[in-house]
Structure formats: C-alpha cells, structure tokens
Design a protein around this ligand. Structure first.
Ligand SMILES: Nc1nc2c(c(=O)[nH]1)N[C@@H](CN(C=O)c1ccc(C(=O)N[C@@H](CCC(=O)O)C(=O)O)cc1)CN2
Ligand SMILES: [Mg+2]
Length: 381
C-alpha cells in the first residue's frame, strides 16, 4: 500500500515496516516491477546523477539501481509498454570496486609492506590502445599500485617482445603483466600470451588459466577482465543466474567464450550464438540473460530480447553522428532504445561494461600480490 501527497508519503515495505518519508520534489512513490511499493529518487546521489545523465543521453526514463538494492530483478516478468529497463551503472559500480581495492592496498602495505605492481606492455601506437594503457596506469596510481610500462614500436620483433615479458616474469615487484591487444600482425599473439607466467597472468588469457576455467573441479588463477566484469555487474545487481537461460552472442577468446564458461559455472543454461548460427535471434529471445559481444554495432535489436531479460552489452563501436562534437558517438552491439523497451535491466555504452574491465584488472593484480605476499605460487608458465 502506498499513499502520497505532494509533501509526504507513507509506504508499507514488503516486510510491513511502515516508512514515512518527506518527499523531495524529485522523489516519488511507485511500485517496482513486481507491484511492490518502492520510492524513486532523482538527483539523490552521485550515482543517481550519473545515472540520470546516462538516461538522458540515451533518451530514456529508467531509474537508478546502484546502491541499496531492491529485491531481485524481474526476470521473466510481465512485459510493460514503453521503455522501462533500469540502467546498470557500470561506471558507479566500478568506482565502488576501485575504492574497495584502494582500502585493501592500504591494509596490504601495512600488513606485508608490499605494494601491488602491474606491468603494462604496449606495442605500436593505436590510439585506442594508447588510451586504454593510459587509463590502466592512471587507475593503478589512484588505488596505490605501482605500475611499470614498456612501449615498443610497431615493428618490434617477437623475440624482443618475449624478452620484455620474460624480464617482467622474473621481476618480484611485478604481480601482474598485461600485453595490450591487439598486437601487430607479424607477432604471434599466442606465443606472447603463452610466455606470461600464469602467476602474473592478470588478463587470464593463458591457456592454463582458460583451461582451468573450462574444467569442473578446477579454478583458474585469474579470470579474463571483461567477462569477469559482466558477471560482477550481474552479481552486484542481484540478478539470479543459477537455473536461468543465458545467451552469449559472440565466441571470442577474450569475452564470449570465457563469459559462457563463467555463466555455466554459476549453473546457468548457456547457449552461445555466433555469425554462423542460423537462428540466433530466436535463441536469444528465449534468454533471461543476454551478453552481447559480437562486435557488430547495434545488431541486437528489441525483437531479440525476451520481456524482462537482463542485457549486458560488451560492444564499443563508433557510429557516425554529425551532431556529436567528434563527428561520431559510441554505441554497443545492442540497439539501446529497442532493447531497453523490453529488458528489465540493461548496461549503457559507454559507462556499462567498459569501466568494469579496468576495475577487474585491478582486482586481479591485487589478488596476484596477495598470493605473492603469502608465498603462494603455481611457479610455472
Ligand atoms: N590485454 C588486453 N587487451 C585488451 C583488453 C583486455 O582486457 N586486455 N580489452 C580491450 C580494451 N580494454 C582494455 O584493455 C578496454 C576497453 C574499453 C574500456 C572502457 O572503459 N570503455 C569505455 C568507453 C571508452 C571510450 O570512450 O572509448 C566504456 O565502455 O564506457 C576499458 C578497457 C581490448 N584489448
Ligand atoms: Mg560499456
């Protein structure tokens, strides 16, 4: 039950505690997707403001959902008319995780006198890779990690790059090694990734780590950052995974394949679809959870989405837009407005999965440092 006036409102919470609130002009009583009373806030907090900005950017009226959580979201709920998905604010969630990491780094320094260290190797001068590497080093500094960087020219030999990796493998100050991808064509990505010590493989791309991820009864030392971030978003949003149908669109080594393995480990029933799947749309439209990582701008439209599904969009694509300052804007692999009209929760692009990738990299590096502090090491490549 929920009564309201312009100035105050009484709400009966599900557990029957009565809550009396003075209504802010941007706060109003409503019901959640299951018909239970709740409040909607606008401008309530920084995450809420971030959220509002995102909503406006996406021409969308969803409500903020970071912070204290409502009961589990409405997977499989009755469809409603018009856009109604709540946004998953990956930027705010990543900020929270980064604060948690900063606190743990301070404690680790005190307890063990150890500072986590990340080595970042960049080959060539792709603008996007330079930006990501810069962001990673900045993120390290912000949480109190040391970072070490090696920038190599695009025509560096595979042998030279291997030497750099080997030197970081042997460096006790370094707990995580990352070689920014993609590498130039003349370098074997496989050979380089295989050379990173699995104890320092904070990208989780080493075949021994991926192999362990795929096997029941084994645990990888590290899980790849982007798919790990997708699962973290689902978990922090209290989305139930066990027993749900999930569809992963795309089968790349760094996102689609490990995302499917992670969902399966949490007892979802997972279908992977890809460019050769004839009925990808039908399969996707039966899924409670969709992870889109196909690398095709706005391929996943509203008619791919089951009403009430949770949609995680991994794509980052530049789309021409003469009205934008840069002449383009970023869009995901999901056509946002159409999907938001069907979904219960959805990530925006930018500000969804992307910021989680770097937060998960920090988490993995911290874990590597913690193992080093405790003398735990697999001790092999
Ligand atoms: N060694 C690796 N290489 C690459 C990885 C990786 O995990 N390890 N992933 C991607 C790039 N990447 C990190 O390296 C990455 C991509 C996107 C973002 C991000 O925050 N995106 C923003 C938008 C940024 C923009 O404005 O362009 C967002 O989605 O909000 C962070 C990291 C390939 N290479
Ligand atoms: Mg994103």
């Amino acid at each position: 039950m929920c009564t309201s006036s312009s100035a105050s409102s009484t709400i009966w919470a599900p557990h029957l505690h009565r809550i009396h609130v003075i209504l802010h002009p941007h706060c109003w009583p409503t019901t959640d997707l299951r018909g239970l009373p709740t409040l909607r806030f606008r401008f309530a907090s920084r995450p809420a403001r971030t959220f509002l900005a995102l909503s406006e950017k996406h021409n969308h009226t969803a409500t903020n959902c970071h912070g204290p959580q409502l009961p589990s979201p409405s997977i499989g709920c009755r469809p409603r008319r018009g856009p109604h998905a709540r946004l998953i604010d990956g930027k705010a969630i990543a900020d929270t995780i980064r604060s948690e990491i900063a606190a743990e780094v301070a404690a680790m320094k005190q307890q063990y006198g150890l500072t986590p260290g990340l080595a970042v190797v960049l080959v060539g001068s792709r603008k996007d890779s330079e930006t990501y590497v810069r962001s990673k080093k900045k993120a390290c500094a912000e949480v109190g990690f040391d970072s070490y960087g090696t920038d190599l020219p695009a025509d560096v030999s595979e042998e030279e790059l291997l030497k750099v990796v080997e030197s970081y493998n042997a460096d006790p100050r370094v707990h995580g090694i990352l070689v920014q991808l993609p590498l130039p064509k003349h370098i074997s990505e496989k050979r380089i990734l295989d050379a990173i010590s699995i104890d320092k493989d904070v990208d989780g791309f080493h075949p021994l780590n991926i192999g362990s991820l795929a096997m029941r009864g084994r645990d990888p030392l590290f899980v790849p950052c982007t798919p790990k971030g997708c699962i973290e978003l689902l978990e922090r949003m209290k989305v139930p995974i066990s027993g749900r149908r999930a569809c992963v669109i795309g089968r790349s080594n760094i996102v689609g394949m490990p995302a499917a393995l992670l969902l399966q480990r949490r007892d979802a029933t997972v279908t992977m679809v890809h460019s050769k799947t004839p009925d990808a749309q039908r399969i996707c439209s039966e899924a409670d959870i969709v992870i889109a990582a196909c690398g095709v701008a706005e391929m996943v439209t509203g008619d791919w989405i089951k009403p009430g599904a949770v949609v995680i969009d991994v794509g980052i694509n530049a789309k021409d837009d003469p009205t934008a300052k840069k002449g383009y804007r970023l869009v995901g692999d999901v056509e946002f407005a159409g999907a938001a009209a069907k979904a219960s929760l959805i990530t925006p692009v930018p500000g969804g999965v992307g910021p989680m990738t770097i937060a998960m990299l920090l988490q993995n590096t911290l874990e590597g440092a913690r193992r080093a502090a405790k003398g735990e090491s697999a001790g092999k490549h």
